[in-house]
Design a binder for this molecule. Sequence first.
Ligand code: COA
Length: 381
Amino acid sequence: MSTQEKTLVPGLAGIPASESAVSYIDGQAGVLEYRGYPIADLAANSTFEEVVFLLWNGRLPKSAELAELRASLVAKRSLAPEILEIIKLLPAGGHPMDALQTTVSLLGMHNPKARDFKDADVAQDICLELVAVLPTLVAAFDRSRRGLEIIQPDPDLDTAANFLWMINGEKPEEIAARTLDVALILHADHTMNASTFTARVVASAEADPYSVISAAVGTLSGPLHGGANERVLDSLAEIPSAEAVPTWLDAKFAAGGKVMGFGHRVYSVKDPRAHNLQGLVHQVFEKLGSTPIYDVALALETEMAERVGHKGIWPNVDFFSGIVYQKLGIATDLFTPVFAISRVSGWLAHWQEQMKDNKLFRPGQIYVGTHGHEYVPIDER
Ligand code: COA
């Protein structure tokens, strides 16, 4: 086919980039499945650790297998003293996603076997290390930038509860730990999104898994991808009360602006992850006490349903995740890192899949430049 006959699909929207058996979305029906299991079932009954096993093995674990996975993750959570020292030197004003990207890369430099990932045991070790240690990296940077003592992981706590412990220095209430656990389940994979595509492209070059994950973290940091939940809270903070929602929305729509936390490229019905998170959000606020921002959010949801529900614009997962993370004591700029500590499991499932049947990504382009220029020496230009 000549260049002229090729048609560009901006953003490769809807163009399959690979085959995958990890997750599945039906945007019209509001379906999200991991390895064939509906997300609602997993959110209601599973744990993040079990979902990690599911994503990597294609089936749910037996008790002994889950116990083994948990123990391996616990064993790999701590950071080497040299890495902790470097974290303390990172600029306190830097974004935690940049700190995460840098420190994931650092882990790779620290592992002499990083490039031996074609050995199945090494690959398994690196995958476990990355899932185990990302929460510790995020929490260590957060404590260090606040001038607080870095808290060691607690081997008795699972990923979600341990993360809250390492951030806040207090053992979380059960409802708080379970809510974060569900949020981690809901964010673990989402088909061929931008960061997962990044992970597969980097994997296809046979770069090591630390490079795969640090590149994916970089992509996730963008406001068009993982950064939306931070912006939901910024919007909610602009609205002084629930009563002020209609006037705020009038001004927003008059200016042609979009309301953060609503709408989705793939879903034209309510994001199934928002459904699941919403129930928990209600429970969290009931048990731990409401905040004005929550009342504003509920009023905004109702008003948006009336105004744009008919266009298929409904709350997405980011609308509720930011509100609930704030209530759990997580700083706004840690929302995207929290997304990353979950999604790393999905990125690695895609890395494993890519490695099983690898072909280097090398897409084409449509050249829109010019031809035939003659080189002019610099002093004659
Ligand atoms: N607030 C208000 N109106 C919205 C809206 C929002 N968040 N999202 C879409 N709409 C409106 C559009 O203005 C458009 O109206 P029109 O038909 O009268 O022109 C209609 O709904 C369709 O919008 P469109 O831009 O085609 O939807 P999309 O599928 O291309 O966009 C998003 C999806 C996610 C890019 C978009 O909804 C958005 O920017 N949302 C806010 C950011 C966000 O929360 N991102 C996180 C996604 S997980």
